[in-house]
Design a protein around this ligand. Structure first.
Ligand code: 5GP
Length: 171
């Protein structure tokens, strides 16, 4: 597989986002809310680059299955376990593609009346967007290619690759 983003490039981008968040929320506590399973690596590396009081929680949605195309429908399959009311939430997502997942999650989470809600997405594929949504913190804008590694899967495989690679047809 071809490497699109190396582990070093990823680490540099994650550190940059961590510094920015540290600056933007200086003196405040934040809740890092990871979207399972894809964001697990990003959240754990990002959290260690944030110098603030931070707590974690996780949600899970179903959007892509074994196929590479989104069904267009998003379903919450694991909800948060901590109260969100009055919290500064940073929703941590692996990739912003059509935007349907994050649009659904934003709406769902805003119903809990957090103090604020921002989105950190490691990857952004702007050319694929169907919903009017942007991330507040982005690691990389990437072309319309299906990528795996660093948490991202294809049919549950490849999440443990340390680099982000392009999955070619037939692989
Ligand atoms: P969206 O709702 O924005 O279309 O899709 C978001 C979700 O689709 C991501 O959290 C991720 O699970 C999946 N996804 C979108 N593009 C890719 C990709 O290139 N590779 C992988 N592995 N998953 C993707």
């Amino acid at each position: 597989m071809d490497v699109l983003l190396s582990r070093d490039e990823i680490a540099t981008a994650v550190a940059r986002i961590g510094q920015q968040i540290t600056k933007d929320y200086a003196g405040q506590s934040i809740l890092l809310l990871g979207v399972l399973k894809g964001a697990c690596m990003f959240l754990s590396d990002l959290a260690r680059k944030i110098e603030l009081n931070a707590t974690f929680d996780f949600i899970a949605v179903r959007s892509y299955g074994a196929q590479k195309e989104s069904g267009g429908e998003v379903q919450l399959i694991k909800d948060v376990t901590t109260p969100l009311h009055g919290q500064h939430i940073i929703l941590v997502e692996d990739i912003l593609d059509t935007g349907l997942t994050l649009t659904f999650l934003k709406k769902t989470l805003m119903a809990h009346q957090p103090k604020s809600l921002k989105i950190a997405a490691l990857l952004d594929k702007p050319s694929r967007r169907k919903a009017d949504i942007q991330a507040d913190y982005v690691g990389f804008q990437i072309p319309d290619k299906f990528v795996v590694g660093y948490g991202l899967d294809h049919a549950e495989r490849f999440r443990n690759l340390p680099d982000i690679c392009v999955l070619n047809e037939g692989e």
